[in-house]
Design a protein around this ligand. Structure first.
Ligand SMILES: [Fe+2]
Ligand SMILES: [Fe+2]
Length: 386
């Protein structure tokens, strides 16, 4: 029964176990950081000391992957919002586009400019935070290859995103009016069928920048411009509801409290944007503006308050989220952001949805590989305890 006796040999082996354990824990902490510092720091022979191994200020590889995907998403958002702001923002250069947007709401140019500023701040902050943690920031500059609009007001620079022929998914409109939740398998009809429609004016022949935009529009060029502005109105809300779900979904995978604070705090602003745009989009499909058809594409914005529309799924002033199934059926319905599952609103789901909407039409295979690699890494993150 020797094992019950405490001997000097025993206590020394206990010390060994303890020091081995510290090495294991430290090593694990170090490995979590490796993905974030990149190989160059190691190749330079600058191996951190033992204390640094357990440095809790280092990002876990999962947190870094989440922040890197979000930084990429914010760079893409900034790129599309800049295109809207150049043409239709408060200092926008296309008067007819601005007038058509103002037919949805007089504050549209201001909101477009402010939304653009918010996205730029999100992208800059996330990259600066990554850098401050010794992690690699995200740079998409090599993919700024898509053409600008030729319409008055647009700068002639390479773009990351393509707003010139969108399939805007408008099912967010009926989803948030429905008591059903996509995370339980529910699907939702489109509010408006927007296919191959520009969200910004393409040139000055189609849509002269100096024309008036009466309500309702009276000639073909005015109708085309109004349909383009209406498409933008629905696209604004589509982008921001996507951000609301993406941030909610990825927040559940975050390890560090500080990173969680970043993700939920930026995510809250995406929700704020969505709520505003949801309200404005409804004005495109309510009187007196409803009924506009683009003479070139045939895309029509019907009156969603009248038959065969109307009712809970379509009525335009029902902009507050309807309580829905949440967590488990059997619990009371709850008014929440949805979807919030990796399958429906994780990083890869976001890339696939934006691709299906043709936001990246014309991008290189390398762009899609890069976007998917960032998305896969973020979706693979697991919440740990620190
Ligand atoms: Fe954002
Ligand atoms: Fe956003």
């Amino acid at each position: 029964m020797e094992s019950t006796r405490s001997t000097p040999a025993d206590s020394s082996s206990a010390d060994e176990v303890r020091s081995h354990w510290n090495r294991v824990v430290g090593r694990r902490g170090f490995l979590m950081g490796v993905g974030t510092v990149g190989a160059s720091a190691l190749a330079g022979g600058a191996l951190p000391g033992a204390e640094a191994f357990a440095d809790s200020s280092r990002l876990s590889s999962g947190d870094a992957a989440i922040l890197r995907f979000l930084a990429a998403a914010e760079l893409l958002e900034t790129d599309l919002w800049q295109q809207y702001a150049e043409l239709g923002g408060v200092n926008g250069g296309n008067p007819a586009y601005i007038a058509a947007l103002e037919n949805l709401d007089g504050d549209m140019p201001q909101y477009i400019s402010d939304n653009t500023d918010d996205e730029a701040s999100h992208a800059a902050f996330l990259n600066a935070y990554l850098r401050s943690k010794g992690a690699e920031p995200v740079n998409l500059d090599e993919f700024r290859t898509l053409p600008s609009s030729k319409a008055t007001g647009a700068r002639q620079v390479g773009r990351l995103t393509n707003l010139q022929s969108l399939d805007v998914d408008t099912s967010w409109y009926t989803r948030y009016r429905s008591p059903m939740n996509p995370d339980f398998g529910a699907t939702f009809p489109q509010a408006v069928n927007i296919r191959n429609e520009p969200a910004i004016p393409l040139n000055d022949t189609d849509t002269p920048p100096g024309m008036s935009q009466p309500v309702p529009p009276t000639n073909a060029k005015q109708r085309r411009m109004q349909a383009i502005a209406n498409t933008a109105g629905f696209h604004f809300a589509m982008i921001e509801q996507g951000g609301s779900s993406l941030y909610t979904t990825l927040s559940l995978k975050v390890t560090s409290l500080e990173v969680l604070r970043i993700v939920v705090s930026i995510g809250g602003v995406e929700v704020n944007h969505f709520a505003v745009w949801h309200d404005k989009a409804g004005n495109a499909v309510a009187q007196p503006l409803a009924g506009v058809t683009d003479p070139e594409t045939g895309v029509t914005f019907p009156d969603l308050n009248s038959p065969p529309f109307g009712g809970e799924l379509f009525q335009t002033n029902l902009i507050m989220p309807e309580p829905t199934d949440f967590i488990r059926k059997g619990l009371p319905k709850c008014s929440v952001i949805r979807p919030s599952t990796v399958k429906n609103s994780g990083a890869m789901a976001a890339v696939e949805a934006l691709t299906a909407n043709k936001l990246f039409q014309g991008q290189s295979p390398k762009f899609f590989r890069a976007a998917k690699a960032l998305a896969r890494a973020a979706d693979n993150a697991h919440r740990g305890m620190r």
